[in-house]
Design a protein around this ligand. Structure first.
Ligand code: SF4
Ligand code: SF4
Length: 426
């Protein structure tokens, strides 16, 4: 037998079991026994409680558990379609991931045609129609860019087409936009077809305008705020997408509180900068974790980033489910205007990210297997981490940027998760 590799000593009276996600109180004698024998392979033990609690286990049990978890956390079906409606953008945000070496989108100025969007939607419909739909199943079509509102002609036809095609399937239709180009026709389109509008908004005017500028260097804050309010007046669902950066992270809870109060919106999504896509200070992830917690508690858990809330509930054992992979690469199909299909929009230059064109059998391309192997239960550093079953494993682009491999650790996400776990457990 051996001490389970998933057991961590918290202090002289408690251990953390990363498998069952329980903080277990033990006697000093038991803790000392664990401390002394933690890395030994075969040990005799008379402390029955450690056996009963699965703190003492076997190598075989650990291997079987890992195998089972790899199977449970490997995506087996597509659920999401990203349509890159255009590779043009009217802003020039400094931390856009399309600026990275792994992307080439900013070099191609292309708009998607309705024919390409229609064919992609038809294929996606056929792919997902027989999906297994558990209680927490979701399905989503995202109109993405560049800036999608630059290709309004496409949206006018593709959004109604998607709505009518998928209306019986609980599919969420989303647009991801900088919202600087709104007009009444677009407002009506969003309203009629129940489109959720995800808008980049980085907090107060000074911080937002520092990063989200047009090509002449003018900040977009006033126009974006004004347009969000117009959407809200029309009862259109808006989700602010707030990027945490060096300039807002130290008082990020204030940033969140400002957005919540100013817009009277209690749902938002926080973007953690992709590792090495843009400079962050050494304490970035840890500071962000504490600030998120501060705001969540301040609003009595009523103002939420759902990804944060999901992690929080898992840490406090309110949610016993195993965390799914946080990277969408094996759940989503991303189609560019030139008909090319990728796993992720951020990595066009990364060879195995390319799956063929919509005219080919892209869903069965063998490259998907390369991405399906990216799993925290396949990574030794994750297997020795107290957050193993509650962490989604981060972003593959962040892993690639930081370690040169999609199988490596995504540092920004990883440090954020570990800081939060440590803080809450203590
Ligand atoms: S690699 Fe994964 S998490 Fe990162 S941007 Fe792509 S889909 Fe999203
Ligand atoms: S990515 Fe980091 S926090 Fe998540 S399981 Fe791996 S080592 Fe732990």
């Amino acid at each position: 037998m051996k001490i389970s590799r998933f057991i961590y000593i918290i202090d002289n009276n408690n251990v953390w079991d990363a498998v069952s996600r329980r903080k277990i109180a033990l006697s000093e004698e038991e803790i000392n026994y664990i401390r002394k024998n933690k890395n030994k392979d075969v040990i005799e033990c008379s402390l029955q409680k450690l056996i009963d609690l699965n703190i003492l286990t076997t190598k075989e049990w650990e291997e079987q558990y890992i195998k089972k978890m790899i199977d449970e956390t490997t995506d087996k079906q597509f659920q999401s379609l990203y349509l890159i409606t255009t590779t043009n953008c009217n802003l020039d945000c400094d931390y856009c991931f399309y600026r990275s070496n792994n992307s080439k989108s900013l070099q191609n100025h292309q708009n998607m045609t309705f024919d390409v969007a229609k064919k992609s939607l038809d294929i996606f419909f056929d792919i997902v129609k027989d999906n297994v739909k558990n209680d927490d199943y979701w399905q989503q079509i995202t109109f993405y860019g560049g800036e999608p509102l630059l290709n309004k002609e496409l949206l006018k036809y593709a959004i109604p087409y998607a709505f009518n095609k998928f209306k019986d399937s609980d599919t969420n239709i989303v647009i991801n936009t900088n919202l600087t180009l709104l007009d009444n026709e677009i407002i009506n389109l969003f309203k009629t077809y129940n489109v959720e509008v995800q808008v980049s908004l980085d907090g107060k005017k000074d911080v937002h305008n520092m990063h989200r500028k047009d090509i002449n260097g003018f900040g977009s804050f006033d126009i974006v705020m004004n347009n969000i309010k117009k959407l809200l007046e029309n009862n259109i669902k808006v989700l602010p997408m707030i990027t945490a950066n060096n300039d807002n992270v130290n008082n990020f809870s204030e940033t969140l509180n400002y957005i919540i109060n100013e817009l009277n919106l209690y749902e938002y999504a926080v973007n953690i900068l992709i590792t090495d896509s843009y400079g962050v200070n050494q304490k970035y992830s840890e500071t962000l974790a504490y600030e998120m917690l501060k705001s969540y508690i301040c609003y009595n858990n009523k103002a939420v980033d759902y990804v944060f809330e999901d992690l929080y509930n898992k840490i406090i054992s309110k949610d016993a489910r195993l965390a799914k992979s946080s990277c969408g690469v094996t759940r989503k199909i991303t189609v560019f205007p030139d008909k090319k299909v990728y796993a992720c929009q951020a990595l066009e230059k990364y060879g195995s990210n390319y799956m063929g064109t919509i005219d080919s059998d892209f869903a069965n391309n063998k490259n998907w297997e390369i991405w399906r192997k990216r799993n925290r239960f396949n990574n030794d550093e994750c297997l020795d981490c107290e957050a193993l079953t509650l962490c989604g494993g981060g972003c593959a682009t962040g892993s690639l940027n930081g370690t040169g491999s999609i199988y490596g650790i995504d540092r920004n996400q990883c440090e954020y998760t570990r800081a939060l776990v440590k803080k809450i457990l203590k």
